[in-house]
Design a protein around this ligand. Structure first.
Ligand code: FES
Length: 163
């Protein structure tokens, strides 16, 4: 009789120990989740600003027409750098009165080019790169020609588009 009672008592203390061990394992698991998620959140808060700094913001390219100047604003042999989408472009009025438009971003290391009326060329001051008036790379380090844009008149406006 006593044996049975001891066995019953022993059985209840085993199940109490088991329940305590289960509760402890549950707490450990919860603590593990909390620490793990804290570490992940810390890593994300550390890596995200670095990625944001390294990767350039996505600015949509402008596909619509851009008014670069008004008719008669540019004399023959002059030029103007204007904003075309998110980059500079250059509108040149050639000596014959026609217009030529192209990107003003040098194909070497992205400096902004400028028109030189006396030399009748397009020049990049950064590393002395020279392009002809059609945007062809003539001398210096630029590896490619400047991208040409289409020019047309819309009333009194000189409109540049990607063509
Ligand atoms: S950036 Fe234009 S020549 Fe180097």
């Amino acid at each position: 009789m006593d044996f049975r009672k001891n066995r019953r008592e022993s059985g209840s203390s085993d199940s109490a120990l088991e329940a305590g061990a289960n509760a402890q394992a549950g707490r450990r698991r919860l603590l593990g989740y909390l620490v793990g998620s804290g570490v992940i959140a810390s890593l994300i808060s550390f890596i995200f600003p670095i990625l944001e700094f390294i990767l350039p913001p996505t600015v949509a390219e402008m596909d619509t027409d851009t008014v670069a100047a008004q008719a008669g604003e540019l004399l023959p042999g002059t030029a103007r750098v204007f904003r075309f989408g998110n980059q500079p472009a250059i509108l040149i009025r050639l000596m014959d009165g026609s217009y030529q438009a192209m990107t003003a971003v040098c194909t070497h290391l992205n400096c902004t080019v400028q028109y030189r009326p006396r030399e009748q060329d397009i020049w990049c001051a950064c590393h002395n790169g020279v392009y002809n008036l059609q945007g062809g790379n003539v001398s210096g380090p630029p590896p490619r020609p400047l991208k040409q844009f289409a020019v047309h008149m819309r009333g009194k406006e000189i409109v540049v588009s990607r063509g």
